[in-house]
Design a protein around this ligand. Sequence first.
Ligand SMILES: Cc1cc2nc3c(=O)[nH]c(=O)nc-3n(C[C@H](O)[C@H](O)[C@H](O)COP(=O)(O)OP(=O)(O)OC[C@H]3O[C@@H](n4cnc5c(N)ncnc54)[C@H](O)[C@@H]3O)c2cc1C
Length: 483
Amino acid sequence: MRTSGEVTRSGPLPDGEGAAYDVVVVGAGVVGTAIARALARHPLRVALVEAANDVGDGTSKANTAILHTGFDAVPGTLEARLVREGHRLLTAYARETGIPVEPLGALLVARDEGQLAALPRLAEKAGRNGHHGTRIIDADELAARETHLGPGALAALDVPGESIVCPWTTVLAYATQAVRSGVDLHLNCRVEGVRPGTPHHRLATRRGTLRTRLLVNACGLYADAFDALVGREDFTVTPRRGQLLVFDKFARDLVRHILLPVPGPLGKGVLVSPTVYGNVMLGPTAEDLDDKTATGTTAEGIAGLLEQGGRVLPALLDEEVTAVYAGLRAATGQEDYRIAAHPALRYVTVGGIRSTGLSASLAIAEHVLGLLADCGLDPGPERPLAPVRMPNLGEVFPRPYRDAGLIARDPDFGAIVCHCERVTRGEIRAALASTIPPGGLDGLRRRTRARGGRCQGNFCGAEVRALFEEARPPTEQNGGGGR
Ligand SMILES: Cc1cc2nc3c(=O)[nH]c(=O)nc-3n(C[C@H](O)[C@H](O)[C@H](O)COP(=O)(O)OP(=O)(O)OC[C@H]3O[C@@H](n4cnc5c(N)ncnc54)[C@H](O)[C@@H]3O)c2cc1C
């Protein structure tokens, strides 16, 4: 019978020969959690190991949250194939597990003659990527479909299928399903050294040594540094920062689709898009940096975004900004992923997952399973995963505060704690008691939206913190022990 895996945040790791894993996946972002989930379908001993105190705490928490179709990928690349497959897989998985997805479609808006001339080429490229549903629409149809567009829009490429998605629930769904299906999750557990060996590699962490037959590097921005630990130097990751602005919910009625510019020599450009939480997002910038921790925002970055956003949707600038943030893409100088099997090392690198990793995650995981087989893994028979149904964070889907039946059964679901986002005490309690409880208040926000609204926790912060502290095991409050 299947038993749930362990979730640990502190204390010693399983040690000794009997505690060896078949596969250790290092890095619990959207890519690593998807791989761990795929491995959990097989009777293997698997661990997912993460430096931070929560899953999805790296680039996976700070992106533009679009489930891409892959219409504009470079045809023939691995990325093009995996984004296309990933879109299909995640669309179906979201339905099954309750991850909020809204298939709004995208409009690539042309504003000059050069951009207008580019639209047929983009439609043809979409076709080469297997997306045959695109269509060029004229200025009149565009104006009818997006009534608040700024002047100068000449035409657009209509791209059905481009969707908005909750990136936080996606990572949590993968990780929760992996753990419930037997994967051990070790948080606060940076791998600092690797001693390759046979039959087991030894991974050094501050919490002890892990042994594993096969190893997967899903370290995101640090995939190059991890490669170096096993003696490989195949690429360098350059962080490419994307700053973003989140507008208050009053802005939501201004825009119906994901509005994209026609891509130019400087990349995909700045989009205006609704979010599944009922806000509007503007961004991201694209800045190549040296510092892999530079997730701050800058006055110039914000000013540039406001200028570009004001051209697309002038009324947006009259709306309040709720939050600003930045994420770092793992650029490697190659217009494709850097996924490679190293059979002699029984090791797979999953690097360079640049600006499409959320969309491609489930397809990347399937691809990596194949590469692990090339490295000698016999996964054994397939078995069903433990089912998961995630709490809904999406604005257009039923929320607990409106569910009379649920409130009648448990009045905590009628007790609103975060008034901006209408998050109830019941949701907070459920998140704190979930398979992978949050490691801090930010993790709790990613599970419930509490403190994520226009007051950014000014009103509810104290109560949310009190609920969080109350639920923490005494061992963690003292800084020791495991969960
Ligand atoms: C601004 C921006 C916008 C984007 N927009 C989109 C979008 O709209 N749609 C889309 O599909 N994609 C988008 N992306 C891309 C997407 O967010 C990434 O491709 C994806 O999150 C990468 O996931 P990951 O798991 O590889 O990396 P991460 O989420 O960074 O996870 C890697 C993890 O590895 C851990 N780690 C590193 N080293 C070690 C170690 N030695 N030991 C243990 N743990 C370690 C880190 O702590 C981290 O948690 C965007 C990215 C950015 C920055």
